[in-house]
Ligand binder design. Structure first.
Ligand code: OSB
Ligand code: MG
Length: 370
């Protein structure tokens, strides 16, 4: 394919409720949408960088900058046979994975549409439907958290993930087990809030039979996690520490984790996400699809990658209404039955764009031509 035009749109939409983690509080979703044009087809991508660089080094402005200055011009200078080439073309640039992934995702969608395939089919997905979990931010009180957990269990979510931070960890997990019993599929995500000095406290979590604890230690660590995993019964899942298939190979080799959370943006795109999926599958390490509070386009990409066979644990791919009153795709992404999303079969991401919703959320836009 030859790209003729690429559009960037920066949008900002309110979240239905604030989302608090050990990194801070989010009240809005702000992101950059990417459109790639070739012939009669348009591909869509969405950047997942946060508005402040607390999760990784990127933010919404750096994504726009890297796309405009380096990444977009490179795709105009050549013919692309297959989207797998895009991550190779971008590999000279270090990091900035979320900027790369937003554009690479739009090329994947465009390619799938040209081939008449769903994005899931183009990626080699084998699931017609995926099980869905929910990620619950830090609530002001344990009682409020219990109310939210109750609601999400009622909605049919297949996994309940609770954000923890020092001072809000053992007590809320104990309260959830006491109220809802041992059978609720429960996990905790610390977003790097602890160190090995917290070993005794982290060991206390073992008694709650959690499916896993996500990223307890530093965002750039795989060494201390190995030491921690040796001391814990609860499986460790890595999120922030894994940016490439090489990171995954080292973490698995060291025994730093037993499960990996794959986020397309964090790893630089769908091609690298698939590589990590394949490596983990070969090592018997299950993966699941993480979330970054995506709007509908990013969410559609997540659903497509989660249809691959080794995504065997429910992901953070909740329906649109868990986050937004109105989404940028139409119809809003919703459960086919409680806790289950159908994987679209229409070409590409398989959802229509809600142009009116994008117009009313638009902050800035620009078109680039080959
Ligand atoms: O660590 O998984 C995380 C949101 C923003 C940044 C980091 C994380 C999250 C989530 C939200 O947990 C998951 C979702 O999109 O529902
Ligand atoms: Mg996480």
């Amino acid at each position: 394919m030859k790209l003729e035009r690429i559009d960037l749109q920066r949008i900002k939409i309110p979240l239905r409720s604030p989302f608090e983690t050990s990194m801070g509080v989010e009240t809005h979703k702000e992101c950059i949408l990417v459109r790639t044009y070739s012939g009669a087809h348009v591909g869509f991508g969405e950047s997942v960088a946060m508005d402040v660089p607390v999760y990784n080094e990127e933010d919404v402005d750096t994504v726009w900058y890297m796309l405009e200055k380096y990444l977009i011009p490179q795709l105009f200078t050549r013919e692309i046979e297959h989207p797998d080439e895009v991550s190779r073309i971008f590999s000279w640039m270090r990091r900035n994975n979320m900027a790369k992934a937003a554009l690479e995702g739009a090329v994947w969608d465009l390619y799938a549409k040209q081939q008449g395939l769903s994005l899931s089919q183009a990626l080699g997905g084998s699931r017609a439907a995926i099980d869905v979990g929910v990620s619950i931010g830090i609530e002001p009180t344990v009682d409020k958290l219990l109310q939210r957990v109750e609601g999400f269990i009622r909605d049919g979510y297949k996994k309940i993930k609770v954000k923890i931070k020092p001072g809000f960890d053992v007590e809320p997990m104990r309260a959830i087990r006491q109220k809802f019993g041992p059978d609720v599929p429960l996990m905790a995500d610390a977003n790097s809030a602890y160190t090995l000095n917290d070993l005794e406290m982290l060991k206390e979590l073992d008694e709650f039979g959690l499916i896993m604890i996500e990223q307890p230690l530093a965002h750039d660590d795989i060494i201390d996690h190995t030491a921690l995993q040796r001391e814990l019964k609860t499986p460790i899942c890595l999120d922030e520490s894994i940016h490439t298939v090489e990171d995954a190979r080292k973490a698995i080799g060291l025994g730093s984790c037993q499960i990996i959370n794959i986020k397309i943006g964090r790893v630089g795109g769908l091609t690298e996400a698939k590589r990590i999926h394949d490596l983990c599958q070969a090592h018997g390490v299950p993966v699941w699809c993480g979330g970054m509070l995506e709007a509908g386009i990013g969410r559609a990409h997540n659903i497509a990658i989660a249809s691959l066979a080794n995504f065997s644990i429910p992901g953070d791919t909740s329906p649109s209404n868990r986050y937004f009153a109105e989404d940028i795709v139409t119809p809003m992404i919703d459960f086919a039955k409680p806790g289950v999303l159908d994987v679209p079969t229409a070409p590409g991401i398989g959802f229509s764009i809600n142009e009116a919703a994008i117009r009313s959320a638009l902050v800035e836009h620009k078109s680039y031509f080959a």
